[in-house]
Ligand binder design. Structure first.
Ligand code: HXC
Length: 535
């Protein structure tokens, strides 16, 4: 990594008025943040400085910095002697992919990027700007948390930031990158934003650090074991993406932004990758195994259907029984939601419910159509799931789909059983277009379980195990033919069309392009402030 070089780009030897010269000196000083030594320390840890990160984010490395000359007002605990222009955070605006973006980057080189009164005021002001012009906010976190010397003014500052995050929610996309420490209540700003990207090895997030954890509950764990990138991406679900370093993190932010509209009044940008909308894929006809107990990879279905190479998976390592992410269909951005038969048979559990419902809410808030690929055998049974609230978590999926007014397209590839069928974007929750593959089994439960209940007496009367098995096989076949297929649902109009899997892409593109002009049609309900989503 290149050593930090403070350069203002002013021509050497140029004669200037003293006022201008003073300004230049101040800018030079401001750009040094907490000083060269602290910058070197930052680099030695494999981290970039706040301004280097912003340079990577903005087109051509160019942005306008706001409030560069802000300083704190604290005097206690030697704070009067500790001052730096900018107060440990860089706020800015510029273009990313030609569109306006507001960038906020905490500067760890000054007092560990800790947040005091003025530091917070800068963040709030920048977020307000983003909100008023309808531009996404990118917040790069690298901070020791509340500035201890500023006491309640720091806490007030956090409160103000959270308040802005909440009010910006659903109006502009908010993306947090964690590129260093993020501890204590500070974690709630990223948590209130739409997406969190964590850098592996240099970032961590936790409410209480390892020392307090040890003292309070006797557990020994280090920072990364407690709240590192991998932990949050796979176990807690706090992080949506993991990057190997700062550069990759900024690359991910830009990629993510390319799928998003600037605000909730705009459509996401359409980009063609040259994949024909009429392309059929014969491999899909062979993908679902004949044995319904056998898994297959739903990501292969997704990748074969959407525009080539456009699937950006979100929450890749969390709740892998569900798959969510952004993609394009004939250039239009869609949000993909799917069950993953390859993991826990694609059954829904608490974590998958949270993952799906939050993503569906985001898509609906930002005018992104939802394409659901359904192969769901049900909700995972057992005391763990029941006692931890699968009922209230599962309800979130139903709420999110039912409330979403963006175009909703659903493809049923195989299992569509019971309540999980209803929940996963069924016609009954307002899907606008439902296609089923001939392999679809839409029923209250799986054919074997159903046959064992309906023909319990007949099966009990069997004289031997062999006779019972023979009878059961026959009854399962009968159940499948009569009920567990796509044709009963198609005869009622719950499924719009039964298609060959190979035709999925052209059919979806046509349906999507028809639905792009969908008007928001809601059931007539009395006016309300907002619903009471089972959060
Ligand atoms: C003031 C802070 C600070 C803080 C770090 N610094 N955190 N100053 N308030 N919260 C200063 C250090 O004193 C040091 O100053 C410089 O930043 C760099 O810190 P180091 O400790 O040298 O860096 P490092 O070894 O990388 O450790 C980073 C760290 C550690 C893990 C973040 O500094 C730390 O544990 N800090 C305290 C974290 C904390 O408890 N924060 C409060 C969380 S509670 P000098 O002058 O020596 O360079 C919270 C509540 C929010 O945030 C509530 C919201 C509702």
């Amino acid at each position: 990594m290149k050593p930090f070089k403070c350069t203002s780009g002013f021509a050497l030897g140029e004669s200037v008025r003293p006022e201008i010269s003073k300004l230049r000196e101040m800018i030079e000083e401001a750009r040094l943040g907490g000083g060269l030594k602290a910058i070197e320390k930052q680099h030695s840890r494999g981290k970039l400085t706040a301004r280097e990160r912003l340079e990577l984010l903005f087109d051509g490395g160019s942005y306008v910095e706001l409030d560069m000359l802000v300083t704190h007002r604290a005097t206690e605990f030697g704070m009067d002697k500790k001052k730096a222009f900018g107060d440990g955070v860089v706020t800015s605006f510029g273009k990313v992919g030609g569109r306006n973006v507001v960038g906020i980057a905490q500067d760890f080189t000054f007092m560990g990027g800790s947040l005091g009164e003025m530091h917070a005021a800068k963040i709030v002001k920048a977020t307000q700007l983003a909100l008023s012009v309808g531009a996404p906010v990118v917040f790069m976190n690298d901070s020791g948390g509340a500035r201890i010397q500023e006491g309640v003014d720091s806490l007030k500052g956090y409160g103000d930031v959270f308040y802005m995050n909440v009010h910006a929610s659903g109006v502009i996309p908010q993306i947090a990158a964690i590129m260093g420490p993020c501890a204590g209540g500070a974690v709630y700003s990223p948590a209130l934003m739409d997406f969190i990207i964590m850098v592996e090895g240099t970032s961590f997030m936790f409410i209480t650090g390892p020392r307090v954890v040890k003292a309070a509950v006797g557990e020994e764990v280090d920072e990364h074991g407690l709240g590192g990138a991998v932990v949050h991406a796979s176990k807690s679900g706090v992080a949506h993406f993991v990057a190997k370093d700062d550069k990759e993190a900024v690359g991910l932010i830009k990629k993510l932004l390319s799928y998003l509209p600037s605000n909730n009044m705009e459509q996401p940008p359409r980009v063609s990758v040259g994949d024909s909308p009429d392309r059929e894929d014969a491999t899909l006809n062979q993908l679902v195994p004949e044995d319904p107990q056998k898994p297959y990879d739903m990501k292969e279905v997704i990748n074969r259907v959407v525009d080539s190479g456009t699937f950006l998976e979100v929450h890749k390592d969390y709740a892998r029984n569900a798959v969510v992410g952004f993609a394009r269909l004939n250039g239009w951005v869609v949000g993909v939601v799917a069950n993953q038969p390859n993991y826990l048979s694609g059954a829904l559990d608490i974590n998958a419910s949270d993952k799906i419902s939050r993503f569906v809410r985001f898509l609906d808030a930002f005018n992104i159509p939802i394409v659901t690929f359904m192969d769901v055998p049900g909700f995972i049974p057992g005391t763990y799931q029941e006692h931890n609230g699968i009922i209230r978590h599962g309800a979130k999926i139903i709420y999110a789909y039912a409330e979403a007014t963006v175009p909703k397209l659903t493809v049923i590839t195989r299992k569509a059983y019971g309540g999980s069928y209803i929940a996963m974007g069924s016609r009954h929750l307002g899907a606008d277009f439902v296609a089923a593959w001939p392999t679809a089994e839409i029923a209250v439960m799986g054919p074997k379980g159903a046959a064992e209940i309906i023909w319990r007496k007949e099966l009990a009367a069997a004289k031997s195990d062999e006779e019972r098995k023979e009878l059961l096989d026959k009854l399962v076949k009968e159940y499948k033919e009569r009920i567990a297929n796509p044709y009963v649902a198609a005869s009622r109009g719950y499924v719009d069309t039964v298609i060959e899997p190979s035709q999925t892409r052209p059919v979806l593109v046509k349906a999507l392009e028809t639905l792009l002009t969908k008007r928001e049609v809601r059931i007539r309900t009395p006016p309300k402030k907002h619903g009471n989503m089972p959060v």
